[in-house]
Ligand binder design. Structure first.
Ligand code: DGL
Length: 280
């Protein structure tokens, strides 16, 4: 059985790239719902329906044992319902994991890091979160961080137009807009910044230029692969079912030129995305 990676668009490919690099023997399938992107400005019920259709497809048609919602919006708005209602009724022995809890864990751990103390980097446990509107309005990051450390201070900011600019490859417009989005977080003097959206690791360098070296950036492409390794170590009943033939498959609900170009650049020229229909 395979490991599924689901995102609304191309951003999740960065997490996918990290996963196949760290877990090269496993069989993976990526599903990007490009036709219905962006999810980040949509209502709960819609995000849940889309995420459920993707989950259904990956379990039924692709024989996935486990699915990672690389999409923060789906992790914030649909994951809990999928885990509590959909899985017990339909696929009791399979798993769907999100990216928000592992990211919150990493950020909290970072604010406690000894390395940071010895380097004398300012650390007031002020964690900023940049994400889509749906993720920010859900309050999921704040809730999960405060569960782990009630002493942390969390400041969230939504960045509604970033995904579309990144998805269309319009990089030159990004910096001025990003400066505006980050301004309120910088005014709060954050010391740690979570990039709480699949697409933001793509613009990590621009973010870093704006927030400066003393703010630690938490980027999911760097942390999720290790978190999955840890999860599989702790769950041999899942790990044992996974095939290890190094198969990679890329599925999209609409194939854009930007996706094709980006997928080839990140994953190699043999990548051959297939278009599928989720509403069957
Ligand atoms: N994948 C979404 C996320 O990580 C961003 C793109 C979208 O809005 O659909 O929140």
């Amino acid at each position: 059985m395979k490991i599924g990676v689901f995102d609304s668009g191309l951003g999740g490919l960065l997490v996918f790239k990290g996963l196949i690099k760290k877990l090269p023997r496993y069989d993976f399938v990526y599903l990007g719902d490009l036709k219905r992107l962006p999810y980040g400005n949509r209502r709960d019920e819609t995000i849940y329906e889309f995420a459920k259709e993707a989950t259904d497809y990956l379990f039924k048609k692709e024989d996935c044992q486990i699915i990672i919602f690389a999409c923060n919006t789906a992790s914030a708005r649909a994951l809990r319902r999928i885990q509590q209602e959909y899985l017990p009724k339909n696929f009791e022995d399979r798993r769907v994991l999100g990216v928000i809890i592992p990211t919150a864990e990493e950020a909290v751990q970072e604010t406690k890091s000894e390395k940071r103390k010895t380097k004398n980097i300012k650390n007031d446990k002020k964690i900023g979160v940049l994400a889509t509107m749906a993720t920010v309005n859900s309050g999921t990051y704040k809730r999960e961080i405060l569960k782990l450390d009630p002493g942390a201070k969390v400041f969230e900011k939504s960045a509604p137009s970033l995904v579309t600019l990144i998805e269309n490859g319009e990089t030159k417009f990004i910096e001025p807009i990003l400066r505006e989005y980050l301004k309120p977080l910088l005014l709060k003097k954050i010391d740690t910044l979570i990039l709480g959206c699949t697409h933001y690791p793509i613009i990590k360098n621009i973010v870093s230029k704006i927030v400066g070296k003393k703010t630690k950036i938490i980027s999911q492409d760097e942390i999720i692969p290790q978190k999955l390794i840890d999860y599989l170590k702790g769950h041999p009943e899942i790990e044992n079912k996974l095939k290890k033939k190094g198969v990679r498959k890329i599925l999209v609900t609409e194939l854009t030129d930007e996706f094709q170009k980006t997928a080839k650049r990140w994953l190699g020229k043999d990548v051959d995305p297939k278009v599928i229909n989720l509403q069957q």
